[in-house]
Structures are given as C-alpha cells and as structure tokens.
Ligand binder design. Structure first.
Ligand code: PLP
Length: 404
C-alpha cells in the first residue's frame, strides 16, 4: 500500500485520473458504521453515504460476511448460466414490490437504459405500435450519464458538449400534471419520473401527482417508469417511494442502496411488460453476478431483520425536526424537504454559499452534499441512531455559524 500523505495522494490523483470529477482532497481508508476515517485517522460522520448508497453504513458484519463468503465460493459465471444468489435476489425483489420480473444491471444509468429500451420494445414489438418511440421526462430530473439517461435527464448542464442527444425525449416541469398531459401524444411510449427528485434538490411532488401520472398512462395506453435509483431500498421509510402513494408503475429502476456499496442495479417490471424482452435483445456481462447479488440479499435481509424500514422513517422525522430548527434560526435556509432518510434543506443561494457549508462541515467532521441549484442534501446510512442525528445537526449548525 502507498505510503504517500493525503496531500500527495490528492496531487497524484489529479495527475492520473481523468478530470471529470472534482473530489474533495480527502482520502478515505476505512469505515465503521456511520463513521469514515481518512488516511490521517480523522473521523467523519457520514451523512453522504457514498451518495445514498451505503444503506448499512460501513463495514457492516452481515454485508462483509456475505461478500467474503461469496468471494470464496464463486465470483462470476455470466448470464450464459444461472447462479443461486441472482435467482434468490430476483425472487426477493418481486416479493417486496409490485414487480414480477427483474433484470440486473451494474448501475442506475444502466437500469434506466434497460427500462427505456424495454418500454420501446414492448410498445413497438409486443403491442405493434411502431410509432410509439417518445418519452416524457421532467425538468431538473436526473437519470444517469449514459446517452439515453442524459437524454432523459432534464438538466441542460449534463447535455452540454454531448449533442446530438438520443432523439425522442421531452421535458416538462416536475409535479405539473397539466404540463405532462399536454406533452403526451400519439407517439409517446412512456413517462419516466423520480417519485422524489434527488439530484434535482430533494423535491417531493404534490399529493396526487403520481396517481395523476398513473391515470394518464392508463388513459393513453403508455408505460409509467419510476426511477427509484435514489429513493429505493428503504431510503424514504418504505422499500420503495412509490409505496407511499399506493401508485404502482409498470417499470421501476434501482441501484445505489440495493448493493449497500457494491455496484449493482436492477430494472423490475410487470409480467406483461417483461415480454418486451426476448433472449438476446438486451444484456450485460456482469448483470446478476453472484458476488453483488449475495451482497444485495444481505442488505435486504439486514434491513428487514434490524427494523431499518421503521428506523429510516423515524430517524428521518427526527432529522427533519433538527433541520427545521436550523431553518428557523438561519436566514437563507428556506425549508426542509424529503422523506425518511432522504432529506434536503432548501437554501437561498444568494444568501448562503452551499459549497462553503459543505466544506466547513467536512472540516468539522460531517459529510453532506449539495443537490440541484438550491439544496443541501443529507442521505445517511439507514442504521443511524438519534445520537448521530443530534451530532450531525450540531455540526451543521457550527458550519452555518462559521460561514454565514
Ligand atoms: N437515477 C437517479 C434518480 C439517480 O439519483 C442516479 C444517481 O445519482 C442515477 C439514476 C444514476 O445512477 P448511477 O450513477 O449509478 O448510474
């Protein structure tokens, strides 16, 4: 292992990695529960969780054991053959959701890519409606960085320099049912939305929006895709955010929390829609790899066994109350947004420099992120307790006092 200092490692990273990221100059070495430790041994309370990924925190014994046991027996076989963890995980995912069938990918973007391809094939090949190739998505959405995923993403900054994009995507304001109705036409194939926008700034839609989308899709005979890459796997207090609304989509996409830190994604759908895929039409070499599926099974088992669905809801409410106190006390903090342990604070960027807050909090030992144009985001591990929430709110208060 390298003996370079943190500063030297950061400088080396800058010279050998492609310049598409702008990481903070912190090199993490290990983690334990809700804590991360950098190479200098400094401790950080992790309210970023690898961008809403580390559902069980760091070094969780159940996840570590599942990964090491699986690594000892079998890592990879490809989809030319079957493996037990993939079959069991698919079964498990169908039991906790509306879905009947599962396709495994390696990331959120790939899950969305699969969903968009499946929707087109289902409409065009199974239903024989060859004209239906278009998608309606929302402004400020985020669906990932493959070409179709950035085309679905309603944020021009992710499009710049990558044109021409995949044709057939229209974006309308989020939570605006009338705009969605106006955008859907005879060539529309599907609507894709996040049940709560994550990267757009932790935005919860108006009551009735998701139900309205369902009715619109049913009336028009088109598919409804929920991107639950960020909201899924107990992040909002239910297994999936759609379960708060009681509205079932036709297709749902997952990644992030599903693997608790190993790269796995999933696209899940109803029995009918699944028939848009036939052997050979879509694939990925690593999809459903035994290692990541075994890890995901451990994540799901632990969430259930340790009561993390209710913990997410309860600690999420407790966190929201703590953040509300900050909103009451600081000019420029506008509102608390989100659900469960997916929380954002709306910020007036003219009054508060969010990057300065994130940086000051990090120096004080708290990791959090920005989201969208006007939010600070807190997406901690689902295992946290109220003392961690208290400490995070206190550190954030100190960071605000220093910067504001
Ligand atoms: N969809 C949503 C809602 C996301 O929040 C993200 C990532 O932040 C993605 C898709 C893309 O996932 P990935 O980075 O794993 O490709």
């Amino acid at each position: 292992m390298s003996t370079l200092s943190q500063v030297e490692l950061a400088a080396l990273a800058e010279s050998v990695l492609t310049p598409n990221y702008k990481p903070a100059p912190v090199v993490f070495e290990r983690g334990n529960g809700v804590w991360l430790y950098d190479v200098n041994g400094k401790r950080y309370l992790d309210f970023a969780a690898g961008i809403a990924v580390c559902a069980l925190g760091h070094g969780h014994p159940a996840l570590t054991k599942a990964i090491s046991q699986q690594a000892e027996s079998l890592l990879h076989v490809s989809n030319l053959y079957l493996n037990k963890p993939a079959i069991e995980l698919a079964q498990r995912l169908t039991e906790i959701s509306f879905a009947d069938r599962v396709y495994f990918s390696n990331s959120g973007a790939e899950s969305n890519e699969a969903a968009l391809k499946l929707a087109r094939r289902y409409l065009q090949v199974v239903r024989g409606e060859g004209n239906r190739s278009e998608f309606v998505s929302t402004t400020k959405s985020f669906h990932g960085r493959t070409w179709a995923a950035i085309s679905a993403t309603g944020q021009p900054k992710y499009h710049k320099g990558f044109g021409p994009l995949v044709p057939g995507f229209t974006h309308v304001p989020y939570s605006d049912l009338e705009a969605m109705k106006a955008a859907v036409g005879p060539n529309t194939c599907a609507i894709i939305v996040e049940p709560i926008q994550g990267e757009g700034g932790v935005v919860v839609p108006d009551e009735g929006y998701l139900l309205g989308l369902r009715q619109l899709c049913d009336d028009e005979g088109i598919l409804l895709i929920f991107d639950e890459v960020q909201t899924g796997i107990a992040r909002t207090g239910h297994w999936f955010a759609y379960q708060h609304s009681g509205v079932c989509p036709d297709i749902i996409t997952l990644a992030k929390g599903l693997g608790g830190g190993v790269p796995i994604g999933a696209m899940m759908c109803s029995e009918t829609v699944a028939h848009g895929f036939q052997p050979g039409v879509h694939a990925t070499t690593y999809g459903g790899n035994p290692l990541v599926c075994r890890a995901a099974l451990a994540v799901l088992d632990t969430i259930e066994a340790d009561g993390l669905l209710s913990n997410s809801a309860e600690q999420g409410d407790y966190l929201a109350a703590g953040l509300q106190d900050l909103v009451d006390d600081f000019d420029g903090l506008l509102s608390v947004r989100g659900r469960g342990l997916m929380r954002g604070i709306g910020v007036d960027p003219a009054i508060i420099d969010r990057a300065a807050i994130v940086s000051a909090a990090r120096d004080m030992g708290l990791l959090l992120t920005t989201a969208g144009a006007d939010a600070l985001r807190l997406v901690p591990p689902l295992i946290l307790g109220s003392s961690h929430v208290d400490e995070a709110v206190s550190l954030l208060r100190q960071a605000l006092e220093e910067v504001c």
